[in-house]
Write a protein that binds this ligand. Structure first.
Ligand code: NDP
Length: 400
């Protein structure tokens, strides 16, 4: 069918690449381009004899729009799958506009110097994408991504009105290190050390980091502590799910992770303010990333399961209804299939599916969209087919 340009060659990219190669009838060709070309070449070497997808590789600095434009003009992809870092979202969207190429990503833009992510920068591209006749699909990982599809599926099939949504992200995996992050450490630590917040009656309510804690018993994982965080899909779901009164996001953390994080914060290692070290400017958090384990290396060591899903509470035919839809993913099963742990897997699979939805025309519409703005049904079918089957529970335990 067509060609995808995959930008980035980290943990999530590895899964996208494997999944595109499994799905050769849609992805007849892929080009893997990243800052470090040798990482792209490694994927090519590993996969080229096992797939009919034609694989090429390239070097690109995705902070540089002109380099991106030349790469896209040379490679002529049908779609760009951005699995580099959130800092590159806007340059890649600019290059897609200049070359009239469709775009998918998994995380919303965040400026390097302020640890604040929101959709306003990318939503500002709406009219330009409409005029260019191309589609941008934003936030198509698990959360954001599948969580939005789960909510729109609930709205389409089960509810007249959804009033409350709780998104629960549980990682019951153990990698055996005292401290490591499951995806890019810089992005992960910026996210979890920020103030929490949620939306109630149309307004953001801010909390201190990790101020709100709940304990929840997750199917196939067991009881875990979870904490309320700010998360990007809250912003789009509050607009796109009609009648919503409150939406919150919780993520599980073990006490050990939190103690390490607190200590790193207390000594200043999580700061994004540059400091001078031996005459040279360094950013403490970037230095910390350099000494922490590479998330892409956690695959062989991580055991246990993730359980991520959405609890919706609302009304159907005048009666109250509760509905929980979630996916359980086993770290070791993912590793055996694609050589990555479940956090990369649960992000990379939906990114491939999102690109497939756009390429096959099912989700093709000029403009800039979040996943919940499209028909969830073909995406939900594809989740079952491509490795992330989901379960439903009509009598879930609720979060107070
Ligand atoms: P990694 O750090 O493992 O990989 C990032 C890749 O991007 C690396 O290969 C890196 O290159 C490359 N890169 C960084 N800067 C540039 C640049 N300027 N030009 C070209 N390439 C660049 O990150 P992950 O794979 O863990 O995460 C990828 C994305 O997925 C992130 O945006 C993250 O926020 C998102 N994510 C989304 C989730 C969701 O559920 N929605 C969950 C988890 C992650 P190099 O190898 O040279 O460093």
């Amino acid at each position: 069918m067509g060609k995808a340009l995959i930008i980035g060659a980290g943990g999530v990219a590895g899964v996208v690449i494997h999944k595109c190669c499994q799905n050769s009838t849609v992805f007849t060709e892929i080009c893997i381009a990243s800052r470090t070309k040798s990482k792209c070449d490694k994927f090519k070497e590993k996969l080229q004899d096992k797939t009919t997808t034609k694989i090429t590789t390239a070097q690109v600095d995705a902070d540089d729009v002109n380099q991106l434009i030349s790469l896209i003009r040379r490679e002529q992809p049908d779609i760009v799958i951005n699995v580099a870092l959130p800092y590159q979202d806007l340059t890649i969207m600019d290059a897609c506009l200049a070359t009239k190429t469709d775009y998918v990503d998994t995380a919303n833009y965040e400026p390097k110097d302020t640890a604040k992510f929101e959709y306003k920068w990318q939503w500002a591209y709406r009219e330009r994408f409409e005029r260019a006749g191309i589609t941008a699909l934003l936030g198509c990982g698990f959360d954001p991504g599948i969580t939005g599809v789960f909510c729109s599926y609930a709205q389409k099939h089960y509810f007249d009105e959804i009033r409350y949504i709780d998104i629960l992200d549980c990682n019951g995996g153990d990698h055996g290190y005292p401290f490591a992050t499951n995806f890019n450490p810089e992005i992960n630590i910026r996210e979890v050390s920020a103030n929490g917040n949620y939306i109630e009656n149309g307004k953001w309510v801010e909390t201190k980091p990790m101020e709100i804690k709940r304990v929840y018993k997750f199917d196939q994982v067991g009881e875990k502590d979870m904490y309320l965080l700010h998360h990007e899909e809250l912003e789009s779901l509050a607009l796109n799910i009609h009648g919503i009164k409150r939406i919150r996001f919780f993520m599980t953390f073990g006490q050990n992770y939190l103690t390490h994080l607190k200590c790193l914060e207390n000594v200043g290692m999580t700061s994004i303010e540059p400091i001078i070290y031996e005459g040279r400017e360094i950013v403490p958090l970037q230095f910390l990333k350099a000494v922490l384990p590479d998330p892409a290396s956690l695959g062989p060591r991580t055991v246990g399961k993730t359980n991520i899903g959405c609890i919706c509470q609302g009304i159907k035919d005048g009666k109250p209804l509760n509905y929980y839809v979630y996916n359980i993913c086993d770290h070791q099963v993912c590793y055996k299939e694609v050589g990555s742990q479940a956090v990369s897997y649960t992000t990379g699979v939906p990114a491939m599916i999102g690109a497939m939805m756009v390429m096959t025309g099912k989700w093709k519409k000029p403009g800039v969209y979040n996943v919940e703005e499209f028909d969830p049904d073909p995406f939900m079918d594809a989740l079952n087919q491509w490795g992330l089957p989901w379960k439903e529970d009509f009598h879930p335990t609720l979060v107070d």
